[in-house]
Design a protein around this ligand. Structure first.
Ligand code: 5GP
Ligand code: ZN
Length: 118
């Protein structure tokens, strides 16, 4: 049984109840284009199962983080940003800017990415 949470936007996107531009569909993850892109490539790596944040995934299903990273790299290759460089970030907690509490990695690339980030 898939883990879902009521009234979760990304659970609804995974279920096809809310439309999104699907970039890649894996067995345990989907990749969707961010509705408000912060870079030429801005794709959200979203596990099908609901976990509120990266900390919760790490405690429950470490392999899922590996899978998100692997899928993100596949998307980066297809998007043409694997060689120029990309960033995969998980905002974890409201204080770090998390607004959707269904874990997702932001895959960003296609422009210079300053470090440290703002
Ligand atoms: P967070 O702030 O939680 O790290 O990231 C949430 C991301 O989800 C934001 O970058 C925001 O633009 C994106 N987002 C919010 N609502 C939607 C939506 O309905 N569809 C898509 N594709 N992205 C969304
Ligand atoms: Zn969810």
């Amino acid at each position: 049984m898939a883990r879902t949470a009521p009234d979760c936007l990304f659970c609804k996107i995974v279920a096809g109840e809310v439309p999104a531009e699907m970039v890649r569909e894996g067995e345990r993850t989907v990749a969707i284009r961010d509705i408000n892109p912060q870079a030429p490539t801005h794709v959200l790596m979203v596990p099908r199962d609901h976990y509120p944040d990266a900390g919760a995934v790490g405690r429950a299903d470490l392999g899922l983080m590996d899978e998100i990273a692997r899928e993100a790299h596949e998307v980066a290759v297809v998007e043409g940003i694997a060689e120029s460089g990309y960033r995969l970030v998980f905002n974890t907690g409201a204080g770090a800017g998390q607004t959707v509490f269904h874990v997702h990695g932001h895959l960003l690339g296609g422009r210079g990415l300053e470090w440290p980030p703002g």
